[in-house]
Design a protein around this ligand. Structure first.
Ligand SMILES: [Zn+2]
Length: 298
């Protein structure tokens, strides 16, 4: 499993703690960036390729990633470094991103852009689904510190902006989970460590600018956007939000110019009768969809 991260750059500050994952899954979003389809398609073209001697010609699985920019981690042809700050932003807050392994290989991921804008020692990415004191003593210690927050919405979560006004200890660290809605839920509820920090949420009126990836509801933000809003609140500096969102805006503009479609939220599609798939048969899933249509927080 460790083999899937073959070419990390020396400056990389990602910690792998993941077990088995489905990181190899590629999605249709990748096609827009002009990436060639995997060369597996050539397999059937040679009539004599059926014998075992031809097997050496097979491409090694996913070894041929397009060359990446070492800073923004984007393919070199679509490097977004011109939209990143020249120097990492000065922040005092420590940010921990808990990334679901399936997020890591998505081409249109936002976390590398976020990490490229922040000092290495202030932004750590931990990849995995299960975390414990044994597996990650550092993260465990962080979760137990009084000044640590975890950003995860829910009835128990305090509004971050209000929370900092009368918190006895000013927050020094914030943890954000990076994954789809259900992956984040799985990570949050199945790791008791993440129940230790104070749970906070964002009550922001901004709607996601990450329009090329479908969000479940109109108010859902991408991980980069969450981090941008949370850090600008904690650091009391709106410039942080502006700076962190710039590469995301550039990414979306580029993708839209190259044929990407604006992905309206599932909530928007459902409410306007535009949802392209049949409604689920599973009762629990159907109930979720109905709640979404009626804008009840799930
Ligand atoms: Zn770059």
């Amino acid at each position: 499993m460790e083999s899937q991260k073959e070419a990390r750059t020396p400056g990389d500050h990602v910690t792998r703690t993941c077990e088995k994952s489905n990181c190899q899954t590629r999605n249709e979003e990748e096609e827009l960036e002009g990436g060639e389809a995997p060369t597996v398609a050539t397999l059937n073209t040679e009539a004599d390729g059926a014998n075992a001697d031809g097997l050496w010609k097979l491409p090694v699985e996913s070894a041929e990633r397009r060359p990446e920019c070492s800073r923004c981690r984007r393919p070199l042809k679509v490097c977004l470094c011109p939209f990143l700050p020249v120097h990492p932003l000065h922040i005092s807050t420590h940010l921990y991103i808990i990334q679901h392994p399936a997020e890591e290989n998505k081409v249109l991921r936002t976390v590398p852009l976020l990490a490229a804008c922040l000092p290495q020692e202030k932004c750590k990415v931990k990849i995995g689904r299960r975390f414990s004191e044994e597996r990650d003593p550092e993260l465990s210690a962080v979760c137990q510190k009084a000044g640590t927050l975890i950003l995860y919405p829910g009835a128990e979560a305090a509004n971050l902006e209000e929370f900092i006004l009368d918190s006895p200890v000013y927050p020094s660290t914030i943890i954000i989970i990076d994954g789809t809605w259900s992956q984040a839920k799985d990570i949050f509820y199945k790791n008791s460590l993440f129940r230790l920090p104070r749970q906070v949420q964002l009550k922001t009126s901004i709607s996601s600018q990450y329009v090329i990836r479908m969000q479940p509801t109109n108010s859902c933000l991408s991980t980069l956007e969450c981090a941008a809003v949370a850090l600008s609140i904690l650091e009391k500096n709106n410039y942080i939000q502006e700076t962190l969102l710039r590469p995301l805006q550039a990414l979306c503009t580029f993708q839209l110019q190259h044929g990407a479609q604006i992905r309206l939220s599932k909530e928007h599609l459902l409410k306007n009768g535009l949802y392209p798939k049949p409604m689920p048969k599973n009762k629990r899933k159907l109930r979720k969809m109905e709640l979404l249509m009626n804008s009840v927080k799930i």
